[in-house]
Design a protein around this ligand. Sequence first.
Ligand SMILES: Oc1ccccc1CN[C@@H]1C=C[C@@H](O)[C@H](O)[C@H]1O
Length: 331
Amino acid sequence: NRSIPKLYEAFHGCFDIGAAVNPRTIAQSGDLIANHYNSLTAENEMKFERLHPWENSYTFEAADKIVDYAREHGKKLRGHTLVWHNQAPDWLFQDGEGGPVSGETLLARLKLHVDTVVRRYQGDIYAWDVVNEAIADEGPELLRSSPWLDIAGPGFIAKAFEFAHEADPKALLFYNDYNESHPQKRDKIYELLKSLLSQGVPVHGIGLQAHWNLFDPGLDEIRAAIEKYASLGLVLHLTEMDLSLFRFDDVRADLTAPPEELLELQARKYEAVFNLLREYKDVIDSVTFWGAADDYTWLDNFPVRGRKNWPLLFDENHQPKRSFWRVVDGR
Ligand SMILES: Oc1ccccc1CN[C@@H]1C=C[C@@H](O)[C@H](O)[C@H]1O
């Protein structure tokens, strides 16, 4: 049978091809990951609650395992994520008496976290998702309500980037978000980045999470988003790509295997998406899948807990899917 090309080699000269990993997937899929991906992101192990569960205790063991694996296999490493309203520990936003902490104390705690984490991985991590998902999905307001915004005010975003840049002036600093190709949210993200850049805030790139599905966003929306973000002079990373077989609001949970017709739709969409991404290889430097193969994906529990999904290029047995061949052969 035809030998299987390395996925990242198929994109040599275009952009890096990455995977989100964790200690379990490194144990189960280490060969697949080493073979096909040349960039890694810790799926959860570098989130605030995982590294810094209590004010005076850091737990680096799991993250260090991923850094060691990346170093041993010569993989580039993206850091995810310094500031997020999810998977953040409760203590961060609380004062000693169970009330909310003050704004300046929260920012001081953030600075300490960023200094400690970014310096530890300086030289190993070349790019950080400094702020994740700060933009409001619906409604007129620009920023989503969160403890970060409610306690520290909108300046927390600029501060996060300044702290990270001070800690590692060489690291590429990204703003990261999902639904980044939906026109309304796209325009809000654009406004935020334009404002940060006009204030001289050290933002170098935008992370498009690219949690897409077979039906949306359309290729025209993706193209429009790439063009709009690129017009700011920012580098683009696709940071968490997967193509769910289900629309976001489709809660069907009857499938135990991926149907042929959905696998064909998925292969067509992956082919079209990567042909589009190749067209923008001058502004896109990295494309990371949020997982390595279908045997492990966060979509098995989101948005429907316990509902299997098959969103990636390799199947549950780590074999290339039809989508893999359509992506590497290109058209
Ligand atoms: O697609 C979404 C829809 C609603 C909320 C968040 C997201 C995506 N949110 C992402 C997904 C998985 C986590 O592991 C990542 O850290 C997070 O950035």
